[in-house]
Structures are given as structure tokens and as C-alpha cells.
Design a protein around this ligand. Structure first.
Ligand SMILES: NC(=O)c1ccc[n+]([C@@H]2O[C@H](COP(=O)([O-])OP(=O)(O)OC[C@H]3O[C@@H](n4cnc5c(N)ncnc54)[C@H](OP(=O)(O)O)[C@@H]3O)[C@@H](O)[C@H]2O)c1
Length: 199
């Protein structure tokens, strides 16, 4: 598996820390050129490599850590998303009417035609996500949801490799709704910083 994080702000860097902690290669990109991101990438760790967006999108698994409204711009950067797994770490603070009545990740999935989408890593504040997920022998929980069962397994494996305890919530419009923000309403599991003894 190859990984890229698109968006290198608070959440993108928090996730880059998680990859670096475990010496897992990850590409990071934003609208800025790689030279602009490289010093911060290097400061996080040697496995974090800044690239141009189009080069980063060669990875098979791409984590979206851009402001919600920017996801369409990222989607346009590839002619086809077939074969890619997209991990949606975004929260949409827009009213449901602006999402065609869909939950935000289902709305995002429409832009990434052909990709398999998993919602994950969105429910914790960036500083918490950046911290070591192993505390007193317990593993910090991350919630995963998605409509493509095939894609959830590999993302669970990634979350475990990063030291988290992944918990599957099911499809986006079932358990996944618990980690969705809709307008000013936050899903009940958002901000819940939970630990499991076993991964
Ligand atoms: N902050 C949190 O605690 C938190 C927690 C959970 C989830 N989230 C969600 O995570 C997402 C990112 O939040 P954040 O706080 O990390 O935001 P942020 O600090 O503002 O970072 C956003 C990043 O996205 C990049 N970006 C913007 N438009 C882009 C585009 N079209 N293509 C590529 N890169 C682009 C920006 O870099 P350039 O300007 O260089 O392009 C920047 O690196 C949001 O959807 C937010 O709701 C945030």
C-alpha cells in the first residue's frame, strides 16, 4: 500500500506525525509547491515526503485533510479515481441542504467517482490525533465507516499499524452518521477520545 495525505495543515500534519512515529512512508501535498512543505515534513520525520499534488495522487490510498469545500478541487486533479481508496478525514460544517440532503462523506464520494471511500480520523481534534495513540497500554480509538466493505479492512489495518484501535461503525448512513457533522449538529461520537485495551 502507498499513502498520501492531501492537505498539510493541522490534521494533515497530525496524521503525518502518526506515520512518522511508525516509520511508514507517506507523501504530503497541498496547493503549495513541495519546497514550501518540505521543511515541516522533514521536521516531522524522514518518512514524510512532500510532493506535488499530482505526484502524491499516485498513491493508492489518499487521505483528504483539506477544508471541506476544497474536496472538489482535489477530485478534479485526477481523471479517474478507479482503484483508489479515499479516506475522508474532513468535517463539513455546512447545512444539509448544501449537501443534497446527504451525509457529508456520501456527498464527497460523489466527487471521487470510482474511488472507495472510508470516513476515518475526523472525530478527534488535530492535537489529539497528533499525540501518541498508545497511553497506559490502551490504544486511542478511531472510528471507521463506509459503504465499501472491501476498503474498510485495509484502512483498519492502517489504523492499527499507526497504533490506533479502529472501531467499525458500518455504513455511512448507519453507524457512520455518529461521526458526521451536519451544520451545527455534531455526531455523538465526535470529540469522544476513547481508549481500548486491545487493538
Ligand atoms: N483542525 C481540527 O482539529 C480538525 C479535526 C478533525 C477534522 N478536521 C477537518 O480536517 C480538514 C482540514 O482541517 P485543518 O484544521 O487541518 O485545516 P487547515 O489547518 O486549514 O489545513 C488545510 C490544508 O489544506 C490545504 N488545501 C486547501 N485547499 C487545498 C486544495 N484545493 N488542494 C490541496 N490542498 C489544499 C492547505 O494548504 P495550501 O493552502 O497550501 O493549499 C492546508 O495545508 C477540514 O475538513 C476539517 O473540518 C479538522
Amino acid at each position: 500500500m502507498s499513502y498520501a495525505i492531501v492537505g498539510f495543515g493541522k490534521v494533515g500534519q497530525a496524521l503525518a506525525h502518526a506515520f512518522a512515529r511508525k516509520n511508514i512512508d507517506v507523501t504530503v501535498a497541498s496547493r503549495r509547491p513541495p519546497e514550501a512543505l518540505a521543511p515541516q515534513a522533514r521536521a516531522i520525520g524522514p518518512t514524510v515526503i512532500a510532493k506535488l499534488l499530482r505526484e502524491a495522487l499516485e498513491a493508492d490510498t489518499i487521505i483528504l485533510a483539506v477544508p471541506f469545500g476544497e474536496h472538489r478541487e482535489v477530485a478534479k486533479a485526477l481523471p479517474s479515481w478507479k482503484g483508489k481508496t479515499v479516506i475522508d478525514a474532513m468535517n463539513a460544517l455546512v447545512p444539509p441542504e448544501e449537501l443534497d440532503g446527504l451525509l457529508s462523506s456520501a456527498f464527497v464520494a460523489k466527487a471521487f467517482t470510482g474511488a472507495k471511500l472510508v470516513k476515518a480520523f475526523n472525530h478527534l481534534v488535530a492535537a489529539t490525533l497528533a499525540a501518541d495513540p498508545i497511553v497506559e497500554g490502551g490504544h486511542r480509538v478511531v472510528f471507521l465507516s463506509g459503504d465499501d466493505e472491501d476498503a474498510i479492512g485495509p484502512v483498519m489495518a492502517l489504523a492499527k499499524q499507526l497504533g490506533f484501535a479502529p472501531v467499525k461503525l458500518g455504513k455511512l448512513n448507519e453507524g457512520g452518521a455518529l461521526v458526521h457533522a451536519r451544520g451545527r449538529v455534531w455526531g455523538q461520537l465526535i470529540f469522544q477520545d476513547l481508549f481500548k485495551k486491545e487493538q
